[in-house]
Write a protein that binds this ligand. Structure first.
Ligand code: NAD
Length: 356
């Protein structure tokens, strides 16, 4: 598979990942290599990664953080910054983030801020991180329940997508990543959406090309608007309500936390409903979207009380300006519209539709 050039980096695939990475190490000669993993990628991905990396006499240090979204925090960053400092990381050090979106978001942020910025490379090991989180330079952590509230946009020097890491990924995590692929179809490419929703099952053998196509879509959007002044906002389709739902389920002790993609799938369904009321999305396409999402994602109970709190959380959405909540909605599949304002009554109506 050909590599993909982003604004400041290159995305390599499968065996090319290690050729490119080893060339980089030879030519750039980092002073030290730091590899950030979480509990799972330490066990499932690090051994294979270490076998393929040719570091010569450059020292490698491995730093491990606990797995899961509730560890995407500034406290964990502090621990990683301190470890870098203790191991004498300097401005020529390289951080390699080997993990899912939590590791790539947090590691990217740590690298972008340590000594005002050191080089980093993302090696995504979940489907979600391959198709979305590792590409585009958005880095950051959560602030309490508020998703990605602290962060910076800064691309690493390289992304290496080796789909063999997916062999150990649990099925529910595969499904979570699939949500972001569906999003790419909905906002950009109806043919891609059709291909995804006609798949019999999520089989790794079909996935290489589909992952590649998703990265192409994300990269086209990001390169045309790296700092999210305009078009890049479309990548937030499903995320206005999705992030609020994810935050609410993460913080509420009575709820089982949802995976990121599971929350985004609910957000996309609700926001598609809103699109029929506000942006002229046809009923026919809405039904197609609804059945396409529900084919993979079962419904989750969100009661009236939950709905009110979730709507309250929308005030923290990063797309808001002057206190007004701005949605990305759809005029049609593949035709998003940004900066849509939606009355809360309509959001409650969307939740009612979802509940039945
Ligand atoms: P994650 O990083 O928590 O990974 C999911 C789980 O899979 C974790 O328990 C992890 O330890 C485990 N895991 C990872 N690789 C594995 C492997 N190969 N085998 C077995 N287990 C493995 O979550 P995620 O779904 O990858 O990413 C979600 C995060 O990505 C969220 O924080 C979200 O905000 C962020 N995100 C960022 C962007 C962006 O543009 N920066 C885009 C989308 C999502």
């Amino acid at each position: 598979m050909d590599s993909i050039s982003t604004k400041n980096a290159t995305v390599f695939f499968n065996s090319e990942v290690y050729t490119a990475l080893n060339n980089y190490l030879k030519t750039d000669k980092p002073s030290k290599i730091f590899i950030l993993v979480d509990t799972n990628t330490h066990d499932y991905c690090l051994p294979a990664f270490l076998e393929r990396i040719e570091s010569g006499d450059i020292v490698i240090e491995v730093m491990e953080i606990p797995n899961g979204e509730d560890h995407k925090t500034i406290d964990i960053c502090t621990g990683v910054w301190e470890a870098l400092s203790e191991y004498n990381a300097d401005r020529k050090s390289l951080l390699i983030n080997l993990g899912g979106g939590v590791v790539t978001d947090l590691g990217g942020f740590v690298a972008s801020t340590y000594m005002r910025g050191i080089a980093y490379i993302n090696i995504p090991t979940t489907l979600l991180a391959m198709v979305d989180a590792s590409v585009g330079g958005k880095t950051g952590v959560d602030l309490g329940a508020l998703k990605n509230q602290i962060g910076i946009i800064n691309e690493g020097v390289m992304v290496g997508v080796d789909t063999s890491y997916l062999d150990t990924l649990p099925q529910n995590e595969m499904v979570s990543g699939f949500a972001e692929m569906l999003k790419h179809g909905l906002i950009y490419d109806k043919t891609y959406w059709n291909t995804l929703t006609h798949l019999e099952k999520l089989d790794i053998s079909d996935l290489d090309q589909l992952i590649y196509d998703s990265i192409i879509i994300k990269n086209e959007v990001v390169t045309s608007d790296p700092t999210e002044k305009g078009l890049r906002k479309i990548l937030n389709f499903g995320h206005t309500l999705g992030h609020a739902i994810e935050s609410y389920f993460l913080e509420n002790a009575d709820k089982t936390p949802l995976l990121h993609g599971e929350a985004i799938a609910i957000g996309m369904l609700l926001e598609s409903y809103l699109s029929t009321k506000i942006c002229g999305l046809s009923q026919e396409e809405f039904e197609i979207i609804s059945s396409g999402i529900l084919k993979t994602f079962s419904k989750v109970e969100i009661n009236k009380n939950d709905q009110k709190v979730i709507i309250g959380l929308l005030q923290y959405d990063k797309k808001n300006s002057y206190g007004v909540v701005k949605f990305v909605l759809l005029e049609a599949i593949g035709k998003p519209k940004t900066d849509c304002v939606v009355h809360n009554d309509l959001i409650l109506e969307a939740f009612d539709y979802y509940a039945h």
